[in-house]
Every structure is written in structure tokens, then in C-alpha cells.
Write a protein that binds this ligand. Structure first.
Ligand code: GRF
Length: 184
């Protein structure tokens, strides 16, 4: 599930192509139309469903029935910006994972996404940041942590340079965690 560029989604596609993950991607659920993640799915013949409904109840029922029909072993949130409804979390308990560009529990929760995360890290003067893969529960960025990778924050970092350093680690961490989860 993705709402943006889908560079993490691509890293998972590539890991499957290399044989590092033994899996098939049954579908991309896109949180918005016209995003780069959709182009990536199309290039790899991965079916796409756009779920950009504004009404929460419609979003919830469509997501739930779509996921039930896909019957996934793992649901991967790779930059999906909308909160996952409680009924979906309950139905797929322990099967939904997310990647977040900070060392959770720091800089997580509502409003901490994209550049906002990296700006807060720099403004707080932290010497390190990183990324976290965690299980999804009913709260934003709050479920059990599976794995983290740390990166240094450099004195001259801008949100953009820090984001780039963290993202490079995300592209390794996420496929590694997925591979492990699918073999245990
Ligand atoms: C990543 O930084 C991820 O940690 C966050 O959203 C961003 C998605 O980037 N949840 P991309 O769409 O995978 O390039």
C-alpha cells in the first residue's frame, strides 16, 4: 500500500526479482491516483486499486473487502498516508507492517511524516536518526517494533539530505524484514 513515489515498493519488487524474498505481490493499493508507485506497479504487471475515497466508512469497507479478496500473508505499508481503520487492523492482526523514517518511538504519530520527521530531528539536535519497521496497530506508528537501523545526523544536514540517508537504509531494511517475516 503506497501513496507516493513508491521507492520502498520498488525495493521490494527488486528484492523479489533477485530472489531475496520468496513472494508474489498480489496487488498495489494506492492511496492517491497518478502517483509514481502506480507506474512502478504497471511496469511489473502488478494489479492496482486506487482507494482515494474521502468518506472514512466507504474507505474502510472497500479496503476490508479488497484485502479479504487478496487474502495476503503480509500487508506492507510503504508510505501509505491514510490511517488503517481498526476493523482492518483487527482482521489482519500481526500481518500489517509499516516503515517509518525515524527511530520510533521518537518522531512518530499524527503529523510526523515525510519532511516533518527529518525537520524535527534536526531541530532537536539529535546526533542520530534512522528508520523503523513495525507492526501496525490502531494508533499511528505505535505497534511493536520489528527492526531499526540507525544513521548519523550530520551538522550540515537539511531535511532533504537526512531523508536521503535514511531512505537508502529503508530500501535495505524493509526487504530484509519482509524476507524474514515470510520465512518464519
Ligand atoms: C518513506 O520515508 C517511509 O518511511 C514513509 O514514507 C516514505 C515513503 O517513501 N512511511 P517512498 O514512497 O517509498 O519513496
Amino acid at each position: 500500500m503506497a501513496s507516493g513515489s513508491g521507492s520502498n515498493f520498488q525495493s521490494i519488487i527488486d528484492a523479489i526479482d533477485r530472489g531475496d524474498i520468496n513472494a508474489r505481490i498480489n496487488g498495489l493499493i494506492a492511496g492517491k491516483p497518478h502517483i509514481k508507485a502506480i507506474d512502478r506497479a504497471n511496469r511489473h504487471y502488478i494489479p492496482v486499486t486506487v482507494l482515494d475515497q474521502k468518506a472514512p466508512s466507504q474507505f474502510e469497507s472497500e479496503l476490508l473487502s479488497l484485502l479479504k479478496s487478496l487474502n495476503p500473508d503480509l500487508i506492507v505499508l510503504a508510505g501509505f498516508l491514510r490511517k488503517i481503520p481498526d476493523s482492518v487492523v483487527d482482521t489482519f492482526e500481526g500481518k500489517i507492517i509499516n516503515i517509518h523514517p525515524s527511530l520510533l518511538p521518537k518522531y512518530g504519530g499524527k503529523g510526523f511524516y515525510g519532511e516533518h520527521v527529518h525537520r524535527a530531528v534536526i531541530e532537536s539536535g539529535d546526533a542520530e536518526s534512522g528508520c523503523t519497521v513495525h507492526f501496525v496497530n490502531e494508533q499511528y506508528d505505535d505497534g511493536d517494533i520489528i527492526e531499526q537501523v540507525r544513521v548519523p545526523v550530520n551538522p550540515n544536514d537539511t531535511p532533504e539530505t537526512l531523508a536521503k540517508r535514511v531512505l537508502a537504509e529503508e530500501h535495505k531494511l524493509f526487504p530484509n524484514v519482509i524476507a524474514k517475516l515470510l520465512t518464519t
